[in-house]
Design a protein around this ligand. Structure first.
Ligand code: ZN
Ligand code: CU
Length: 486
């Protein structure tokens, strides 16, 4: 009789491809899925009855700022507690490597670390440290354009010179060879705002030559969103690289027609031969550093952290300004460096994004904040509990596809994002009737409901509400051999 290490028996498999769920048993041997089907004739060292539950690929959080959490808080509880088994770090142009910071890096670097966190002359140096102390889930890393700029330029508030671009290319080549999966930009943020499109094309071409992707926080998500999107398309075409537009949305207050039509841009560009898609998170508020120009545009602002005024974490900016008897901009300046949640999007726009086949799910969570946006802990169960089950925006299989199979394909994570014989055993078992986010704006650090078991590379990391303490995560990447460096 054939024997396996583990068999999950009697669940409904939603395999990540988007096709309908089907009843099947799933066998795991070591770090791989060994078989999917009727395995009643087989035995296992461990049997788990998952009747009534969904067995899906572990979720891939394609947009994170988890660089430092992977290194310093490797239990990854905010992620594995919601069924996430792989995170993509290094988004929005900022990554921990390759950079040795000589002073406190400017905003928005504070989203991922303070000066001594940026201590890696090469990406290999960071990977060596991560290999010595693995995290509970897998991680893939993008190379931040602003990080490259800060390392190569004495002043980032201007376009780079030809020589500086050459230096950046060298650093990017090293990172890609070490196992990074592509380039990210944050063109709306100060350290990249002054760059010319040609600079990004040159770097993206290098990432493309190494098989990478291009993820971009565009120059604008407001009035100039269309121009910004066109720039991303141009970069994709010139560099011949797949483009992922980060945390896609349009600020409808600035440009109401845009929000309605924006989602059609993707399909149209793809028909013209550009590989382009987007990620988004399921909440009506955004979150980033405290920046006066962001404060000005938003209706309500909730402070997530403040270095000079830590007692203000979790309070509203207008109330703080009242207490201090100053206007909100002055209050914002006093609170920086810090972070904030910005309200002021239209929920209908969020629903459009969550229903759309061109939107991958990424949390954009910021783990450093003492009072984080609830997207850090709640993104995936919030989509499946609220947008799928409660309001029926899209089917469960289709939503899971945009968290797993499609995500792995777009980011080049081979052997991940599907439940099939031979794939890596990254699996989440959840109760479709109970899955829900519990994290809220006022109480954001809450594990989700309905997550039964989470396996990473065949090892259980989460079991019915509790962490197992195991850390089987790997650095996964663009290389063949199953998408893993190890
Ligand atoms: Zn961003
Ligand atoms: Cu981001």
């Amino acid at each position: 009789m054939i024997g396996h290490g583990l068999i999950l028996r009697g669940g409904t498999v939603m395999d990540g491809s988007g096709r309908s769920g089907f009843r099947a048993d799933v066998a795991i041997d070591d770090d791989r899925i060994a078989a999917v089907g009727d395995l009643s004739g087989r035995v296992a060292d461990t049997d788990i009855d998952v009747t009534g539950r969904v067995v899906a690929p572990g979720f891939i959080d394609v947009h994170t700022h988890d660089d430092r959490m992977v290194r310093d808080a490797g239990d990854m509880t905010p992620k594995v507690s919601q069924g996430v088994t792989t995170v993509v770090a290094g988004n929005c142009g900022i990554s921990l490597a390759p950079l040795v910071a000589g002073e406190r890096p400017m905003e928005p670097f504070d989203l991922i670390g303070l000066q001594d966190d940026f201590r890696y002359p090469t990406y290999q140096a960071l990977f060596d440290e991560l290999d010595r102390a693995p995290a509970a889930c897998n991680a893939a890393f993008l190379v931040g354009h602003a990080t490259l700029r800060l390392a190569a330029m004495d002043d980032v508030l201007r376009p780079a010179t030809g020589l500086e671009i050459e230096t950046m290319k060298g650093a990017l080549d090293e990172a890609m060879a070490a196992g990074a999966i592509g380039l990210s930009t944050g063109l709306e943020y100060p350290p990249a705002r002054c760059c010319e499109t040609a600079e990004v094309v040159e770097l993206a071409s290098r990432a493309a030559a190494a098989g990478g992707v291009y993820a971009t926080h565009m120059r604008s998500y407001a009035g100039e969103a269309k121009e910004a999107f066109d720039e991303a398309v141009h970069i994709g075409r010139k560099a011949d690289i797949p483009v992922i537009v980060s945390h896609f949305h349009c600020h409808e207050h600035d440009n109401p027609e845009l929000a309605g039509e924006a989602l059609s841009w993707f399909e149209r560009s793809r028909r013209q031969g550009v590989r382009i898609i987007a990620d988004a998170y399921p909440y009506e508020a955004s979150s980033t550093s405290i920046l006066p120009e962001f404060v000005e545009r938003r209706t309500r602002v909730l402070v997530t952290w403040s270095k000079p005024h830590p007692d203000m974490d979790g309070r509203y900016l207008d109330e703080i300004a009242d207490d201090w008897d100053v206007d909100v901009l002055t209050a914002a300046r006093r609170l920086a460096p810090g972070g904030a949640i910005y309200f002021g999007r239209d929920e209908r726009n969020v629903e459009r994004l969550m229903a759309h086949p061109d939107i991958l799910i990424g949390s954009d969570g910021i783990p450093l904040a003492p009072h984080p946006h609830p997207r850090l802990w709640g993104t995936f169960p919030h989509v499946l509990g609220h947008y799928v089950r409660e309001i029926g925006l899209t089917g469960l299989e289709a939503a899971i596809h945009r968290m797993t199979g499609a995500s792995a394909e777009w980011f080049g994570l081979e052997g991940r994002g599907r439940v099939a014989a031979g794939a890596w055993a990254d699996i989440v078992v959840f109760d479709p009737a109970a899955i829900a986010a519990r994290a809220t704006y006022m109480d954001p650090e809450q594990p989700s409901a309905g997550i039964g078991h989470v396996f990473v590379n065949g090892i259980e990391v989460w079991n019915d509400g509790g962490h197992t303490g195991r850390r089987p995560g790997r650095i996964v990447g663009r290389k063949k051999n199953g998408g893993s460096r190890s």
